[in-house]
Design a protein around this ligand. Structure first.
Ligand SMILES: NC(=O)c1ccc[n+]([C@@H]2O[C@H](COP(=O)([O-])OP(=O)(O)OC[C@H]3O[C@@H](n4cnc5c(N)ncnc54)[C@H](O)[C@@H]3O)[C@@H](O)[C@H]2O)c1
Length: 317
């Protein structure tokens, strides 16, 4: 029997598109999608799917053993804005799910793990411009704390138990398929939907808040490329800095307005402004470019064109 892949939290913003790409690469039946619910019916019906709670070690282990799963992508998490509302739930889910998967790799039930970290590992004391790979990390959100601690555990399991775990500090991810799940960069997705649907957008961040962002196609390519690189090429086992574009709400508004001249915006910052203010505005990802030849394809203008084209199709059909 050939070895297979399990995606935990496959129905989310990134998992949905990651599942599709991995099935293109490895074949539909070699990629098992799983989530705690079946809300995303398109994904659920697109190939093998199981209900798995990421906090349930036995459920993950049973699925891995019965399907000869050798690689796990752990995408389930509570994100930054939701984590501030439910701090203990964020800690419980984000940490325990990671331990379950790392322990399965330690016991050699599985061979390889992908676990996403985030720019949320950084904090107000981190250098904000061109944030280096190795720098001060004093996160001020529960989500950021779980990602920082998770990174330490990933490196520890690699060093002590030879676990092949790979990770990226994703910036804010922008996509047109599944909606984002409660992060601070969600505005950069919502703005495109409202531009098409309503012609105006009320932004929960202030106009000059610059944050690192990336179009989904680039994020998926980075993820699948990182997982295919020979293990010995990788020098970072905590999590790789990764960057593509940095922009403010004003920049994205102006980019949309070039194509939709009637579009208008207003700004009403809420609790997410403080989270955004604690994060970097741009990222130095030299290590990712050097170790596995990372290079982005989309800039703000090409991303805007693609987002508006796809969303117009979606809302017109
Ligand atoms: N989207 C971004 O901009 C971004 C940026 C940085 C890092 N990340 C990281 O990437 C990963 C995926 O993010 P996303 O944006 O797709 O998140 P999302 O919130 O859109 O999706 C998470 C998925 O996990 C599922 N889930 C929740 N609790 C679960 C449980 N107990 N068991 C199984 N599944 C459960 C949800 O149903 C959902 O489908 C997360 O680790 C996140 O921290 C995302």
């Amino acid at each position: 029997m050939s070895s297979k892949i399990l995606i935990i939290g496959a129905c989310g913003q990134i998992g949905t598109e990651l599942t599709t790409k991995l099935r293109e690469i490895h074949g539909v039946n070699n990629v098992i999608a799983s989530d705690i619910n079946t809300r995303n019916l398109d994904l659920v019906n697109s190939g093998p799917f199981e209900i798995i709670d990421a906090k349930n070690y036995n459920a993950i282990k049973d699925c891995c053993k019965s399907n000869t799963i050798k690689t796990v992508y752990l995408m389930a998490a509570l994100l930054s804005a939701t984590g501030e509302k439910y701090p203990m739930e964020a800690w419980d889910l984000n940490m325990n799910s990671l331990f379950h998967v790392l322990n399965l790799a330690k016991q050699k039930t599985i061979d390889k793990v992908f676990w996403p970290s985030s720019i949320a590992v950084f904090g107000p004391t981190t250098p904000r411009e061109s944030t280096p790979q190795h720098t001060i990390c004093e996160p001020t959100t529960v989500y950021g704390i779980t990602k920082q601690v998770g990174e330490r555990w990933c490196e520890y399991y690699h060093e002590k138990y030879d676990v092949d775990v790979r990770s990226i500090r994703y910036p804010g991810i922008i996509s047109h398929k599944a909606m984002p799940g409660g992060g601070t960069t969600d505005y950069a997705v919502e703005i495109y939907h409202d531009a098409i649907k309503k012609g105006n957008y009320e932004c929960f961040l202030s106009e000059n808040t610059s944050l690192p962002m990336m179009f989904m196609e680039d994020a998926i390519k980075a993820t699948t490329d990182l997982m295919q690189v020979p293990s010995e090429s990788l020098s970072i086992r905590s999590s790789y800095n990764l960057s593509a574009i940095s922009f403010t709400p004003k920049d994205i508004f102006e980019s949309i307005k070039k194509q939709l001249p009637e579009f208008s915006i207003s700004y009403k910052p809420d609790f997410r402004q403080a989270i955004a203010d604690s994060w970097p505005s741009s990222i130095d990802d030299t290590m990712a470019r050097k170790d596995w030849n990372w290079k982005e394809s989309f800039d703000l203008e090409t991303m805007t064109t693609e987002m508006l084209t796809q969303l117009k199709k979606k809302y017109n059909s």
